[in-house]
Design a protein around this ligand. Structure first.
Ligand code: ADP
Ligand code: ZN
Ligand code: ZN
Length: 738
């Protein structure tokens, strides 16, 4: 008897055994989608494994049918899903779900391709043209270039459907229904680019990547070692990716490039398409369902062999996968913040191991985890210390804002003197400036001067941010808004003070300081409304904007040759975050921002405004000294046994009832126990204690062995399951918390 282990959407973290009838044995293979009876219902499910026996004591129910065509998941992807489920303590059906785009999940049986009628000249139409009318001959002439979409053709040349039917009946044209690809890049003309000769540093880096590709291709060898490529900003990492991908394509394989969603700009996409043309498939969240569906099928069929996309693109079913590139591998956005809470960079390394493909991690500021892995030999390391073309690294000036405040009668200016001077020089010389402030809105707090009342969101324990443009207060956690009050709701005083600075305020002040300058702002507020990301950037690129103000959105990966000044308005804004990676994040942001300046022929300047000019993150970023920063920070982490010297998991308990959530957090911690090869933190309120109406408590667990931590957490949850009204979120290798 053949037995299939099937996971359905209602599987609740497990699989069920079904008998595979003889007629379905060829179709019900691992990765295939099948229909199975479940209670009184019939469900779709994915086959995770096939065996010849079952432990189930009763007669098995039978698989009813299987979706035609190739299984949606390949066997290595099925193995990867199982690993994710174990490692991240996530139900298997949710891991499988995150691997398939929704339209594919629903459309494996249902045919979701788009079809359209095409018209072309019939073979031998020329011979019959003598008997045709003049109008018919004219139509045939217009079809001489090849087949056309029927609807568009009739519209463009004012041809009636009746005319086409008549011509069809006379054997002059043929009409056929065809699958029509919904192409996300349709209408964009992207010229093919030839690869430039590599620099010596690029050659060395490429050699390391090719060595890994060779290693992965050698059957039976040890698992291929991932390669960490650390290259300063503009050192030409992307060119190394492109060459390594070309190498894999030349060997008949395929490649995946992961980029953070935020840097998946048309500019990035263009670089890959320009090199490889139509074998590139693009996947991202702004695609329509139809485009996603078609791109996925192009990948599954082997027509597309290069996939560029964010986190979820890691699961693309690329044939003969030879290489996975993770660009900006340190980016926290590779971590998914809902179940399964996976880190695409780490899952990429596991996919490389399971599927024997090379993994190339690139960054100017690698995560300390990857850096540590490279330093200890777990990963291979390639370094590029110079910019690719003859460009100097930017000059960095650190401005002590405490001194600026003293010179300004004790008030903190938004722009320091050196920054104002630097911007003015750019305006005079026709060069461009980027200004970063990692806080959107106008003023982060609105407080009463008389009673101290601070406007907060009722559902979240955070202050409301003033957005001056539409005079509302907004909660940045849940998005709620309300009009700005004219009087304090507590004491009725009219002395409401706006505290702190957001990007809107920076834009405002810049307009006053630099009259006549063309200023644009890019942050979440702008890009969700008014103008798109793409429009703002293309205006900036074309030189229609002098100064671009933005949040971290503008710090990542953008390449504008005429930008010669990058200003960071408050370098310390992230240092106070309750996150052991606060210094690392600040260093990364400063170094990335510095990398935006001076990418063209003219050298760049960077001005960093800070209240803590002596902080290691600021000092080392100012000299682009990643190694120095890493050494110092790693020593601190070692002493405190924080990652990468341990694994850190975070379990969050949420509930409408504050006391119930807190009490359960304490019971969970007690169930974990303090005796063992781990360190248990006391239950604490989350950094944002209340969000969207739910109170949140957290317990952190650290230890050297992730498997042990996982089994402790699983055992504790099993021993004392959460009460009604309290939900639990397990975050393995947590990012951005505690
Ligand atoms: P990174 O990804 O490291 O930030 P990029 O790949 O974007 O760097 O390269 C920075 C700039 O240098 C780009 O404009 C790119 O076209 C150019 N570049 C990269 N490699 C070369 C090379 N070998 N020869 C000439 N120009 C190069
Ligand atoms: Zn008041
Ligand atoms: Zn809120």
């Amino acid at each position: 008897m053949t037995v299939a282990q099937v996971a359905t959407d209602v599987a609740a973290g497990r699989t069920f055994d079904y008998e595979v009838p003889p007629g379905l044995e060829a179709a019900a293979v691992p990765g295939a989608m099948v229909r199975v009876p479940f209670g009184a219902r019939v469900l779709d499910g994915l086959v995770l494994g096939v065996s010849d026996a079952t432990a189930w004591p009763k007669p098995l129910r039978k698989v009813i049918g299987a979706a035609p065509g190739e299984p949606p998941l390949t066997p290595p992807l099925v193995e990867l899903a199982k690993w994710m489920s174990r490692y991240y303590l996530a139900p298997i059906e949710l891991c499988l779900r995150s691997m398939l785009p929704p339209v594919v999940r629903d459309g494996v049986e249902k045919d979701a391709f788009a079809r359209a009628l095409v018209v072309r000249a019939a073979p031998g139409a020329d011979a019959r043209a003598a008997e045709a009318t003049e109008r018919q001959r004219e139509i045939l002439a217009r079809l001489a270039g090849g087949e056309e979409l029927l609807a568009g053709f009739c519209r463009a040349w004012r041809v009636s459907p009746q005319t086409i039917r008549t011509m069809q009946a006379r054997g002059l044209v043929e009409v056929e229904e065809k699958v029509r690809r919904r192409d996300p890049l349709a209408g964009r003309r992207i010229a093919r680019s030839a690869p430039p000769p590599l620099t010596a540093e690029q050659e060395t880096a490429l050699a390391a990547a090719v060595a890994a590709i060779d290693e992965a291709a050698a059957p039976g060898g040890p698992p291929p070692r991932p390669v960490l490529l650390r290259g300063v900003t503009a050192s030409g990492k992307t060119e190394v990716y492109l060459r390594a991908m070309a190498e894999v394509l030349a060997r008949g394989g395929g490649a995946i490039v992961l980029v953070p969603e935020i840097s998946l700009t048309p500019q990035t996409i263009r670089r890959f398409v320009a090199r490889f043309g139509s074998v590139v498939a693009v996947v991202h969240s702004r695609l329509g369902a139809g485009e996603r569906h078609d791109e996925w099928h192009r990948i599954r069929s082997g027509e597309a062999r290069v996939v560029v996309g964010p986190r979820s693109a890691l699961f693309a079913p690329v044939r003969k996968l030879g290489l996975v590139v993770v660009d900006e591998e340190h980016e926290p956005s590779y971590k998914q913040d809902e179940t399964p809470r996976y880190n695409a960079r780490d899952v990429a390394v596991m996919r490389g191991r399971l599927e024997r493909c090379a993994v190339l991690l690139g960054s100017a500021t690698p995560s300390l985890e990857s850096w540590h892995n490279a330093k200890t030999g777990k990963y291979a390391l390639a370094e590029m210390a110079h910019r690719a073309v003859d460009m100097e690294m930017p000059r960095v000036t650190v401005v002590d804002m405490r001194e600026e405040a003293l010179r300004n009668e004790g008030r903190m200016p938004v722009f320091s003197e050196p920054l104002v001077r630097a911007v003015r020089r750019r305006l005079a010389d026709g060069e461009q400036t980027m200004l970063l402030l990692n806080r959107r809105g106008f003023a982060p707090t609105v407080a009463c001067e008389d009673c101290g009342h601070v406007e907060t969101c009722g559902d979240c324990s955070v202050g409301m941010t003033l957005h001056a443009a539409d005079s509302v207060l907004r909660c940045h956690v849940c998005g709620a808004w309300r009009p700005v009050p004219s009087r304090c709701p507590e004491c009725g005083s009219a002395n409401l003070r706006r505290g702190g600075v957001g990007t809107q305020r920076v834009e405002d002040v810049a307009r006053r300081l630099f009259p006549g300058a063309r200023i644009a702002r890019m942050d979440l507020d702008v890009t969700t409304r008014k103008r798109s990301h793409e429009e703002i950037l293309s205006d900036f690129r074309a030189g229609r904007t002098d100064i671009l103000v933005g949040t971290q959105m503008i710090a990542k990966g953008l390449d504008f040759p005429n930008v010669t000044l990058a200003g960071v308005l408050a370098a310390d804004s992230g240092l106070a975050m309750p996150d052991f990676r606060a210094a690392e994040r600040t260093f990364q942001l400063l170094a990335q921002m510095a990398g935006r300046a001076g990418r063209g022929a003219k050298p760049g300047d960077v001005v960093i405004q800070t209240l803590s000019p002596g902080h290691p993150a600021v000092v080392h970023a100012a000299t682009e000294d990643f190694a120095g920063f890493a050494e110092r920070e790693l020593e601190e982490r070692r002493q405190l046994a924080y990652p990468p010297f341990s694994h850190l998991d975070c379990v969050t308990f949420r509930g409408e009832d504050r006391a119930a959530a807190e009490a359960y957090a304490a019971r969970f911690a007690a169930a974990i126990g303090r005796e063992g090869d781990w360190r248990l933190g006391s239950p604490v309120p989350a950094a944002i204690e209340k969000a969207k109406g739910l109170w949140r408590f957290q317990v952190a667990l650290r230890g050297p062995r992730p498997a042990l931590l996982n089994s402790r957490i699983a055992a504790a949850l099993a021993a004392c399951p959460p009460p009604r009204g309290v939900s639990v979120a397990v975050d393995i290798d947590a990012v951005g918390a505690l």
